[in-house]
Design a protein around this ligand. Structure first.
Ligand code: NAD
Length: 541
């Protein structure tokens, strides 16, 4: 154990590479992309540090070219879930006994590997597997992931330093133990950073983990495991399995040693898992921790005093970057009639310049949506809007699945604030706008607050400070991440801790001390230096 109270390196946000046309950094990334595009990668599960291959090979295809397969992964079954749980539990005692500096060091090294030799590799894997352009890959799989790793180490030491006062003659301490048993991380397709953060934040706090990534994010998940191995993560601490989500959840959540769920994904899946945990509550050795960050229907609420260029730009960036596949993406906007035409024209002229295609060409701002299901879902919303009396497709509305799952940036205008695309999460490049009469500002704030079950992110645009204050108060519970005169996406670790409430999650703020608190179970220790030797208190005479 440690013989010093060491300080960890001061955490700072990883600088974002600009990837300007012709720069060395963009040449290097695109050449890595081209090389990896041609390779046929083979991805085994990693259980107890071993590569696990099965008879079932699942082809990997790219969203922007669904005829191009870049390899395959080995799919597992319930025997592999059992193996992963056993491997995690077998690794537990040694990992728990390791000093915190040793754990911190592994994850700090992983951050440096990602910032250096693995930067192009993890970015290219994210571009190929998840169809992110150079900028979207950089801010996710490089910078945000690195930030999670570094800031979590700093937050861990802040948490450990939180200690109680002691009366004279007594020394009180609090020790932050990992949870008893094993933890379960289930991660989404859309962020390599989130996918990496969920298992690593739990492991950093001394836990052992079974990790099931999304089958749409397996390429970058593999790179994450490669990095963790090179950083020195001991075998069995994080076990990565490729198994069916529902069946795996049923298996894992019925295990008596299940200790905590770290989930990010859709609301419905999380609610199903919470229910399973409730049904199994009598079987567990301890009450499991449940953390879930889920869906959103993120708003942009505009006051007539708002700056028009700022509103149009925030809507275009907020709604269409990464094809709207961010839980924080702007997907409903409320715009006053007096400025709507100007906002609309400006948005239309910006959207006209957007290029769509493969991330191999860095000038493409919009790439493909993740898969056929997502494509069909977007298409259906667009087709229904075209046919509806309540809605009009005013910008975009095109889609094309010949080569990849391409949906063009689309704006729907509706006269019904409860129209389906105004209240349901689509998770694609579709923004719906409700135009309100300027004098209905107050009642529209109510609509923003109450018309969806979600509460993830939201923005308010205004120059009038009284209007900002009014919206700030009226929308207190409408968003876990609230923006004033900025788009509702792009939260930065250490700056805007991320998460929402209501149907959007447990709001445990990924990449913060609040989140790490969920993966420890505190033990209070009171030591008395000179214990009493007689039961009689002074009041007994
Ligand atoms: P998803 O819910 O389809 O899948 C998430 C994970 O759950 C995957 O690993 C998947 O394989 C697994 N899964 C699927 N069905 C399951 C089941 N029945 N039981 C157990 N596990 C199951 O989500 P997705 O499409 O990967 O990601 C998009 C969703 O994630 C959106 O709803 C988005 O808003 C949300 N999201 C939220 C945040 C946040 O921080 N709030 C961040 C990113 C994504």
């Amino acid at each position: 154990m440690s013989k010093a109270i060491s300080q960890v390196p001061f955490a700072q946000n990883e600088p974002v590479n600009a990837y300007s046309p012709g720069s060395d950094e963009v040449k290097s990334l695109i050449s890595t992309y081209k090389k990896m595009w041609k390779e046929k990668t083979e991805i085994p599960m990693i259980i107890g540090g071993k590569e696990i291959k099965t008879e079932t090979k699942i082809q990997l295809t790219s969203p922007h070219d669904h005829h191009h397969d870049f390899g395959f992964y080995y799919q597992g079954d319930m025997s592999h879930v059992d193996m992963a749980i056993e491997a995690a539990l077998a690794a537990k005692a040694k990992w728990n006994a390791l000093g915190w500096e040793q754990r911190a060091s592994i994850f700090l090294k992983a951050a440096d590997l990602l910032a250096g030799p693995y930067r192009d590799v993890i970015n290219a894997a994210t571009m190929i597997g998840q169809s992110k352009n150079v900028h979207q890959a950089e801010i996710d799989s490089a910078c945000e992931f690195i930030d999670f790793l570094r800031y979590n180490v700093e937050f861990m030491t802040e948490l450990y330093a939180e200690q109680p006062v002691s009366d004279p003659g007594v020394w009180n301490r609090v020790e932050y133990r990992p949870l008893e048993g094993f933890c379960f991380a289930v991660t989404p397709f859309n962020f390599t950073a989130i996918s990496g953060n969920l298992p690593t934040s739990m492991a950093l706090m001394g836990n052992v983990v079974v990790w099931k990534p999304s089958d749409k994010q397996i390429y970058a998940a593999k790179v994450t495991m490669d990095v963790l191995k090179e950083a020195g993560l001991p075998d069995g601490v994080i076990n990565m399995i490729f198994t069916d989500g529902k069946e795996t959840a049923e298996r894992v959540l019925a295990h008596p040693d299940f200790a905590g769920l770290h989930f990010t994904g859709s609301t419905k899946v999380f609610q199903g898992m919470w229910k399973m945990i409730g049904d199994n509550i009598h079987h567990y050795k301890s009450y499991p921790r449940i953390v879930g960050e889920t869906g959103g229907k993120d708003f942009v609420m505009v006051h007539h005093s708002a700056n028009i260029e700022a509103v149009a730009t925030a809507l275009v960036r907020g709604a269409f970057e990464y094809q709207g596949q961010k839980c924080s993406a702007a997907s409903r906007a409320y715009i006053p009639k007096s400025i709507w035409n100007q906002v609309k024209d400006l948005m239309a002229s910006q959207i006209k310049t957007i290029k769509i295609g493969s991330p191999e060409d860095p000038s493409n701002y919009v790439n493909a949506v993740i898969d056929k299901n997502s494509f069909e879902k977007c298409k259906a919303y667009i087709d229904r809007a075209e046919a509806s009396n309540d809605a009009n497709v005013i910008i975009g509305g095109k889609y094309d699945d010949k080569k990849g799952w391409f949906v063009h940036p689309t704006v729907i205008e509706t006269i019904n604030p409860y129209y389906e695309s105004m209240v349901e999460e689509i998770f694609g490049p579709i923004l719906t706008v409700f135009v309100y009469e300027d004098e209905n500002w107050e009642s529209t704030l109510k609509l923003v607050d109450t018309s969806t079950p979600y509460s993830l992110t939201g923005s308010i645009f205004a120059q009038d400070r009284y209007a900002i204050d009014e919206a700030y108060k009226a929308l207190e519970n409408a968003a876990g991440n609230f923006y004033i005169n900025d788009k509702p996406t792009g939260a930065v670790v250490g700056q805007q801790p991320f998460g929402g409430s209501r149907a959007s999650g447990t709001n445990d703020k990924a990449g913060s001390k609040m989140n790490l608190m969920r993966w420890v179970s505190a033990r209070s220790i009171k030591e008395t230096f000179v214990p009493a030797k007689d039961y009689k208190y002074p009041y007994l005479g």
